[in-house]
Design a protein around this ligand. Structure first.
Ligand SMILES: *Cc1c(COP(=O)(O)O)cnc(C)c1O
Length: 465
């Protein structure tokens, strides 16, 4: 039996006929012939495979759905109401308008990303951000790559290929996904020389490791957990002195890499690149899209001779940033020139320092709106105090007082499936809303909800019929 016979049996219309139907012809006008043709073929094939009889309106509805799915971008904005400000799966730092404008400015046409306008010769793409990084970290030189994992990999490969790198056992971290320090080290071609124990490592442990003539020492800021209690680690300046005596570089992977003293804004202290370099580190590495609040990038800053070697590594070419990233990073770094306005202008810092009372008021105002939207569900909607976290491994233990809309099942039993279904309903909104399920409730932490009106309007416009 051929497809044609099957179509006759189920009375499926021919592709050309479907394309001629007014509703489908309108889709062709709006989106072009090819996407609609693909949708019609897909839809008819679906009906054919199912063996079910098809009626014309169902075919049209199916085609419409397929066309909408095909023309809708895969990556869309979402409301991050998870309570994790720097959420890696949700893109980490939101960018300030200055950064967005800079990206548009330099990518609409050509730019001088790697072109020296003075000499008319090839330039260096780091030049656009290096002076800002020097100023903000006190480093002699700096270079930028795709992310901090790449920064670490490039630094290790440049300075310690086929040689030993001394690291404390308590700092052999896994950041998430496939990022484990021992693996990165192996892929960078380095031999890991572990010293100390999980909770305690002494200067003497590092001193003994020097006998095996390592290429460098690395300290990793254990940013996503904290070892507490009976612990010990030598001060960075002591390690710096030891490595200097042995003539090897000492590097610190800071992870979050905030460029300002966060205590100034009432946040817990997080070590800065400036402090690490002033404390004797030869190099530091940190992310661009964590506490710095910029685009995804990895920054290596420190001694000019070491940065120069890193730049000459052919692997640098495979890890370099594009002009969009460099433009956005430059724009964000420029905002740091005025620390007084930082908390308003860098969204990450603005969200982290948002006053608890302002967050609470958002929850209070939105509670009836959400309750109305969920009126047909067996749930109660109220608001509660919660603790947001910074995320992306920054300041793991410290929590920020925040407020959330809370959706709880009205009945005691069977609530899990209900909350999962409501979470899915929220994710299907035009701007998907992402919350978190905890303690038998679906929580929407509104710390990161700045466009309250858009959220409100979306619920009003998408009531269940
Ligand atoms: C986050 C982090 C990394 C990885 O940085 P990415 O920018 O995500 O590649 C490396 N080291 C530490 C200590 C981190 O916290």
């Amino acid at each position: 039996m051929t497809a044609g016979d099957a179509d006759k049996r189920h009375r499926l219309p021919a592709v050309d006929r479907v394309l001629g139907w007014p509703a489908v012809a309108a889709l062709v006008d709006a989106h072009g012939r090819q996407p609609v043709l693909d949708a019609v073929r897909g839809e008819l094939a679906g009906w054919r495979a199912s063996g079910n009889p098809a009626d014309d309106p169902s075919i049209v509805a199916g085609v419409e759905q397929r066309v909408v799915a095909a023309v809708t971008p895969s990556q869309v904005p979402v409301f991050n109401l998870t309570g994790t400000v720097l959420h890696t799966n949700l893109g980490r730092a939101p960018l300030p308008p200055e950064a967005i404008e800079a990206v548009v400015r330099v990518t609409t046409g050509a730019s001088n990303v790697e072109f020296d306008l003075e000499t008319g010769k090839r330039g260096d793409r780091d030049a656009h951000v290096e002076s800002w990084l020097q100023r903000l970290t006190g480093a002699e030189a700096a270079t930028v790559v795709n992310n901090n994992a790449a920064a670490l990999m490039l630094m290790l490969n440049t300075l310690a290929q086929r040689r030993q790198v001394v690291v404390s056992r308590g700092e052999l971290i896994e950041i998430g996904g496939a990022f484990r320090l021992p693996d990165i080290m192996a892929r960078a071609g380095c031999k890991l020389h572990e010293v100390g124990t999980t909770n305690r490592t002494h200067l003497q442990d590092y001193a003994e490791a020097m006998e095996s003539r390592p290429a460098m020492a690395l300290k990793v800021h254990t940013s996503n957990y904290r070892i507490e209690g009976f612990t010990a680690a030598p001060a960075e300046h002591e390690l710096a002195q030891l490595t200097r005596e042995h003539g090897i570089p000492f590097a610190v992977d800071l992870g979050a890499g905030t460029l300002v003293d966060l205590t100034r804004y009432g946040l817990p202290h997080e070590p800065t690149p400036k402090e690490a370099l002033a404390g004797g580190a030869d190099l530091v590495t940190f992310s661009g899209d964590k506490l710095l609040g910029g685009p995804q990038a990895g920054i290596i800053a420190g001694r000019a001779d070491l940065v120069a070697r890193i730049r000459r590594n052919p692997m640098k070419r495979a890890m370099r940033c594009d002009r969009m990233t460099l433009a956005a990073l430059e724009a964000v770094l420029r905002l740091y020139a005025d620390p007084d306005s930082l908390c308003h202008r860098v969204p990450t810092l603005r969200l982290l320092t948002r006053p608890e009372d302002a967050i609470r008021q958002v929850a209070v105002r939105l509670q009836p709106v959400l309750a109305k939207w969920l009126a047909d569900e067996p749930v109660r909607v109220d608001h509660v105090s919660v603790a947001s976290q910074i995320g992306s491994g920054s300041l793991p233990v410290d929590r920020l007082p925040s407020h959330a809309l809370r959706i709880q099942p009205a009945a005691r039993r069977g609530g899990g499936g209900l909350l999962g279904r409501i979470a899915a309903r929220l994710r299907r909104l035009p701007v998907p809303v992402i919350g978190r399920i905890a303690d038998g409730a679906l929580l929407l932490d509104v710390r990161c909800l700045e466009d309250e009106h858009a959220f409100h309007a979306q619920l009003e416009e998408n009531q269940r019929p």
